[in-house]
Design a protein around this ligand. Structure first.
Ligand code: URA
Length: 434
């Protein structure tokens, strides 16, 4: 879109939203194009983001915002691939490594899974950070190589180039530093602009709720899921969503290399029950949207088909699937101070602790320590005896333990047999979509 600097006035548009009015399609198109080209400055966009945060947007406005962000950059198309494409997106959580077993599992059924992923920021981990703990593995590949891997292997997990929805890239960085991340119109348009621009034919969304999620309240999670499903369907992408529980960390590993280890257990037919359940639920839905409603995904984990695809996928991006994963120089194990039942293990404190150990980054330019993280030896509902290990912290720098231990203080509790287990209920609460 060509942008005339005089067609609209950013201040008028900010005032309209500040006072609770709807913005027109033309105003939104102009504003996003002008922001992408620098006619509208960060300070004006920050004011508008706060006005949207406070006053919300109508469905039509959210759709226009999404389309305007897509129009700010390039789009991709997988139509020339001989395989059907289906993608998955998670709103992020503690210990959420599901993309790692899921992408090769779904690809083992002949479907293409293009996973353009991000890096972790704050207490939620990033898929690329986890995979980079595998020696040699490269996140940055050209679009041509991505197509080749999709055609040959079926699954690729790589860094999203800056060409897709660049206006969102600018706006997301701004929201991060202006307290405007947790807004449904802004999250929905941000996620869906990238997914629609990527050109996938189908998309399954994993929208988290609970203490470790972006939006802890399930009703707000549901609204976000419904908004994103509607945006996908409007754009011709077959989209559905699951609301899944992030009250407790997912699985027993939180970090990077240890999450790869746990993913390998799942790919070998084992692994923690919750990681397996979520992997199978999302795989069945992805394959249903790709036209294979009866695919037997559980047997593809048991009989090694998913593991074979994983090994090919890792090799295709320069990684050595047989290389040893990094191990931290120091560990610190916390033991149960009494016997009973572990009744609480809150995702957020454990996510923050893993981050403080070095598994996550505080600023985009920071690097992560791949061996840092937490291994949980007990999960809520399990009996424990005094002196038994509850969890182990791993770090390359032992001075990190004190702040990590401070983060988990009050984040877990041993109760008596019969006490309520505060795990937030079932892992998969609801499915949304056609
Ligand atoms: N992830 C995104 O890409 N955008 C958001 O706004 C939140 C999470």
């Amino acid at each position: 879109m060509s942008v005339s600097p005089v067609e609209f006035d950013a201040v008028d548009i900010i005032r309209l939203k500040r006072d609770g009015h709807e913005l027109s399609t033309e105003q939104i198109d102009w504003l996003i194009a002008a922001y992408a080209r620098g006619f509208v400055g960060d300070e004006q966009m920050a004011a508008l983001a706060m006005a949207i945060f406070l006053n919300g947007m109508q469905r039509r406005e959210i759709k226009d915002l999404t389309l305007a962000m897509i129009a700010s950059g390039q789009t991709m198309s997988f139509e020339t691939l001989a395989r059907r494409t289906v993608d998955k997106h998670s709103t992020g959580g503690v210990g959420d490594k599901v993309t790692l077993p899921l992408a090769p599992l779904v690809a083992s059924f002949g479907v293409a899974v293009p996973q353009l992923s991000g890096r972790g920021l704050g207490h939620t981990g990033g898929t690329l950070d986890k995979l980079e703990s595998i020696p040699g593995w490269q996140a940055n590949i050209t679009p041509e190589r991505m197509f080749e891997i999709l055609a040959e292997v079926g699954a690729v997990v790589c860094a999203a180039g800056s060409g897709l929805a660049p206006a969102d890239g600018k706006l997301y960085a701004l929201r991060d530093i202006t307290g405007t991340v947790e807004s449904i119109p802004l999250i929905a348009s941000s996620i869906m602009s990238k997914k629609i621009a990527e050109g996938t034919a189908a998309l399954v969304l994993d929208v988290k709720f609970g203490s470790g999620a972006f939006l802890p309240d399930i009703a707000r999670g549901r609204e976000l899921a419904q908004t994103m499903v509607a945006l996908g369907e409007d754009a011709g992408v077959a989209t559905s969503a699951f609301l899944t529980n992030m009250t407790v960390p997912l699985g027993r590993a939180i970090g990077n290399a240890n999450e790869v280890r746990e993913s390998l257990e799942v790919l070998a037919g084992g692994g923690p029950a919750d990681v397996v359940e979520l992997t199978l639920t999302l795989a069945r839905e992805m394959l249903r949207l790709a036209g294979q409603p009866d695919a037997d995904v559980a047997s593809a984990l048991r009989d090694g088909r998913a593991m074979d695809t994983w090994r090919r996928m890792i090799r295709a991006q320069g990684g050595d699937p047989d290389a040893a994963l990094p191990i931290a120089r120091h560990t610190h194990t916390v033991v149960a101070d009494r016997s009973g039942v572990l009744v609480e293990q809150k995702a957020l404190p454990f996510g923050v602790a893993a981050w403080r150990l070095g598994a996550g980054r505080a600023r985009r330019q920071d690097s992560v320590q791949h061996a840092a993280g937490i291994d949980l030896h007990a999960k809520p509902g399990e009996g424990v005896v005094a002196g038994q290990p509850l969890f182990t912290l791993s770090a390359d720098e032992p001075e990190r333990f004190a702040r990590a231990l401070a983060a988990v203080e009050g984040g877990y509790r041993i109760g008596k047999v019969g006490d309520a287990v505060l795990d937030g209920g079932p892992l998969v609460a609801q499915r949304i979509g056609a």
